[in-house]
Design a protein around this ligand. Structure first.
Ligand code: AGP
Length: 618
């Protein structure tokens, strides 16, 4: 959602806070702001627009950059439209306290009314300004320190938050707290300096020691003092669990690519390899996934597997449904987390709930597993961000080792999710005996080919660019696929929508006749995934139905396909592999197609309008 950063120490805080915001801009980028304390005065600068717009202001006024303490914010608006006033940080009524906040305070309106009745005035429409004034009110009434005031105030709010608060009367400390939204604290040498951020990327080059606050925790950060972490609801002290970061700086730089999305598309062969490394020994037919192995009886005796996720992760869940039912013969249901959590679903202790999430912070998915957990289900998380909320909320899990995914449009997370879920399906099939050992061996040896085949496929990028040129001015597009590739059609359509803003729909190919075919004419490009597997002939007839209505056809086919090339306007060949693994290859050309179209249309590929990398509020 939003990104927050902060610094307290000996160094100049300004460059650390502002560069940190730039690293977090993928989280939200409709307005930005910074508070600097120069030892005497607070300098608060904020504006609608990107961090670059903020720098335009601060670069013309050096005093706004002075100080060894600063907090910053890059926003994805929820309460109050993106404008200068609603952007963060926010002052309290007296101007003594300052806050940055990522999340939503659901009961802010009730609190606001109570504060107005006590003479508080509000400049913005945000829930955040209500929170800082509540903290101020508690501090006055209880005559207590900032930490205590924040803690007491937070026991009165409902919602999600990661906050950093500064008090000009206590300039040597910052108070941070979290419930639902992530916050990491970078611990400098001998506690001489501390870094605050929504994830570790803003401070990875300064320290490898980080504390990830748990839900319902608050930390008081003082220069030169050991951090104190307390429980918000009972003020109890808890152990500040310092973890060593595995993240490296180059992982979060563009590495010479024009966009993070393109870099991440080209990282997929390595990401898939890193994801199955240490989990499969193809020549011995061995699959090792501790999260599954340690809970095998649960999986083997489960009534069903329920997959909950959102967006691209939901599409990976659909592929998993085909994989697990086909290979392991365990019933699978795939649910939009946002619907699942509110439709009063029937959940029993014999259910396994798999939560798929790249960020591990998506609020709807997190809430869905909390609901399922409260009804006794076993939660298995498939996440990419180590230490993320969903990972910590799950009973067991498996990380996708895609590395940081910074482009808002998910690419390598999708293929690594499918890699993990494929290994899970094979492991369960092996354990259940629904696949023979030789079949499992064959699958594993085929999986081992995939990274090289991805690299092969990336070599036709320029051809895909040429096809993109032909269709970049389309107003609508249709994506069709069958079986394992129906979810890939949905994913292809989502990629085009989210970065080029062209309307696109994905459909099971056979479903076309039941409606979407009405859309087809010479202006409607149709991207069809037609791998020579399963129901190939049926897809060929679907393509002929489109052709006979003058639709433009771009077909993704197996190399050497002689049939479709005579019907389609463009064909993109992919290397041969097992049907179950075709989604790992068919999705690549669709990622590149949407990327090139968006670039040709001059869109901001890495930070598309109205989107954010992880949606941490409902
Ligand atoms: C995909 O490109 C989008 N960024 C979005 O649909 C995303 O997949 C969705 O928000 C789920 O995110 P998660 O995997 O981090 O939970």
């Amino acid at each position: 959602m939003c990104g927050i950063t902060g610094y307290i120490g000996q160094r100049d805080a300004y460059p650390i806070v502002v560069n940190g915001l730039k690293r977090l801009e993928y989280r939200g980028y409709d307005s930005a702001g910074i508070m600097m304390y120069d030892g005497e005065k607070i300098h608060l600068t904020k504006t609608k627009g990107k961090v670059a717009d903020l720098e335009l202001i601060t670069n013309n006024d050096e005093k706004r950059k002075k100080g060894n303490i600063g907090i910053g914010h890059t926003r994805w608006a929820t309460h109050g439209v993106p404008n200068d006033t609603n952007s963060h940080p926010h002052f309290s009524h007296s101007g003594d306290l300052v806050i940055v906040h990522n999340g939503i305070i659901e009961n802010y309106d009730t609190i606001k009314k109570a504060l107005i009745s006590r003479g508080y005035e509000f400049k913005s429409d945000t829930d955040t300004e209500v929170l800082i004034n509540l903290i101020e009110e508690v501090k006055k009434k209880e005559n207590c320190k900032l930490g205590k005031a924040v803690q007491l105030a937070l026991t009165q709010v409902v919602g999600a938050y990661a906050i950093a608060v500064f008090d000009k009367n206590k300039p040597n400390e910052l108070v941070v707290a979290r419930l639902g939204s992530p916050i990491a604290i970078g611990v400098g040498k001998d506690n001489e300096e501390f870094f605050i951020a929504s994830d570790a990327s803003p401070f990875v080059e300064f320290t490898k020691d980080a504390i990830y606050l748990e839900d319902g925790e608050l930390a008081i950060i003082k220069k030169g003092k050991e951090i104190k972490v307390r429980k918000i609801n009972d003020d109890k002290l808890v152990d500040a669990n310092i973890q060593e970061l595995e993240l490296s700086l180059d992982q979060i730089e563009k590495g010479g690519y024009d966009h993070f999305m393109l870099k991440e598309i080209y990282e997929q062969s390595k990401a898939i390899k890193d994801t199955y490394r240490g989990r499969m020994l193809a020549n011995e037919g061995v699959i090792k996934m501790s999260g599954v192995d340690n809970n095998l009886p649960k999986f083997l005796n489960a009534d069903r597997i329920i997959i909950v996720a959102c967006g691209t992760s939901w599409h990976a869940g659909l592929v998993a449904e085909y994989l697990i039912e086909d290979m392991a013969r365990i019933p699978v249901e795939v649910e939009y987390a946002s619907e699942f959590r509110y439709r009063n679903p029937i959940i029993t202790p014999k259910d396994i709930v798999i939560a798929i999430s790249q960020s591990g912070e998506t609020a709807d998915t997190l809430a869905a597993i909390k609901l399922a957990k409260s009804q006794g289900a076993f939660i298995f998380g498939v996440c990419n961000v180590v230490g993320s909320s969903i990972a910590r909320e799950s009973h067991a899990g498996a990380y996708t080792h895609a590395g940081p995914e910074i482009g808002v449009a998910s690419t390598k997370a999708f293929t690594t999710q499918i890699t993990v879920l494929s290994l899970m399906a094979l492991r369960l099939a092996q354990a259940k005996g629904t696949l023979s050992q030789s079949a499992v061996n064959e699958y594993l040896q085929t999986m081992q080919q995939i990274p090289n085949q991805v690299d092969e496929l990336l070599k036709i990028d320029s051809k895909i660019q040429d096809i993109a040129k032909v269709y970049k001015d389309s107003k609508n597009c249709l994506y069709l696929g069958r079986g394992f590739n129906f979810p890939v059609a949905l994913e292809g359509a989502l990629k085009l929508k989210e970065i080029s803003y062209i309307h696109a729909e994905g459909y099971p190919a056979a479903e076309m006749k039941h409606g979407p075919i009405a859309l087809i004419d010479e202006n409607m490009p149709v991207f069809v995934i037609a791998t020579r597997k399963g129901h190939y002939d049926k897809v060929v007839s679907n393509i002929q139905e489109i052709k006979s209505r003058k639709g433009k056809i771009v077909a993704i086919v197996m190399e050497g396909d002689e049939t479709i090339k005579d019907i389609a306007d463009h064909i993109i060949e992919i290397p041969d592999t097992k049907e179950a693994f075709t989604p790992l290859l068919t999705t690549i050309p669709l990622q590149l197609l949407s990327y090139h179209i968006a670039v040709m249309l001059g869109k901001n590929v890495d930070q598309p309008r109205n989107l954010a990398k992880s949606v941490t509020v409902e």
